[in-house]
Design a protein around this ligand. Structure first.
Ligand code: SAM
Length: 215
């Protein structure tokens, strides 16, 4: 369903820009983005924009989802942590590329909806947890890749600790209005190599190692 719209999205917004990772492109051709947005927003699901979802949150624009997924340099047997499940769309995209996805959301309404969507689509390699993702998911660590889809003031130490040797962490860092999308790689000597992938604008990462809910 809606394959033509997904093909149009991939051609114009991903391949037409700088997305070259075939696994990412194929995954975004498969995952039905319209099933991850509010019913009255479905007609815009394949446009190049972020859209409002439940709990006052957003689903990122397709290009940003692709850019982050590509930056994670995923391999088929990777174990991935996502912080900020939101609609579940980016976890669904990652689930068609990597072995298993652990995703954490602080709003229970979003976590429940996402779980339902994964079940409906038969995406059995995604596990959802309600909680503060800035602390990671200790029982499932280490992770080959970690994606944070909300903007924090700093990179949470817990996430760096839970990143495997050779692992990649992608996270927006900056103030609440705009952030730099950072990729951090952990080398065999546990050195961290940081790259700036450009300017982005995400909802705030709220939690113990993120922003406080009050400010
Ligand atoms: N990945 C999502 C998608 O595909 O729809 C986009 C998520 S939205 C831009 C960011 C999400 O991060 C929101 O749903 C927000 O509630 C969540 N969030 C913010 N701080 C969090 C935290 N500390 N732990 C878990 N989720 C958090």
């Amino acid at each position: 369903m809606r394959l033509a719209e997904r093909e149009w999205m991939v051609q114009t917004q991903l391949i037409g820009r700088d997305i070259t990772d075939e696994a990412v492109i194929n995954s975004m051709l498969i995952v039905p983005r319209h099933k991850y947005v509010l019913e009255d927003k479905q007609e815009y699901a394949y446009y190049g924009t972020a859209l409002e979802i439940e709990a006052g949150q957003t689903i990122s624009q397709p290009y940003i989802v692709a850019l982050m997924a590509q930056a994670l340099e995923l391999k088929a047997n990777d174990k991935v942590l996502e912080v900020g499940t939101g609609s579940g769309y980016s976890a669904a995209v990652l689930s068609r590329i990597a072995l298993c996805i652990y995703t954490i959301e602080r709003h229970d309404v979003l976590a429940h909806l996402a779980k339902e969507r994964f079940q409906n689509q038969g995406y059995e390699n995604v596990e959802v947890r309600i909680g503060d993702g800035t602390l990671g998911w200790t029982e499932k660590a280490p992770f080959d890749a970690i994606l944070v889809t909300a903007g924090g003031p700093v990179i949470p130490e817990s996430l760096i600790d839970q990143l495997a040797i050779g692992g990649r962490l992608v996270i927006p860092v900056g103030d609440k209005g705009d952030q730099k999308l950072l990729r951090v790689k952990k080398t065999v000597t546990r050195e961290l190599i940081e790259e700036n992938l450009g300017s982005v604008r995400f909802v705030p990462l709220i939690g113990t190692e993120g922003w406080s809910e009050l400010n």
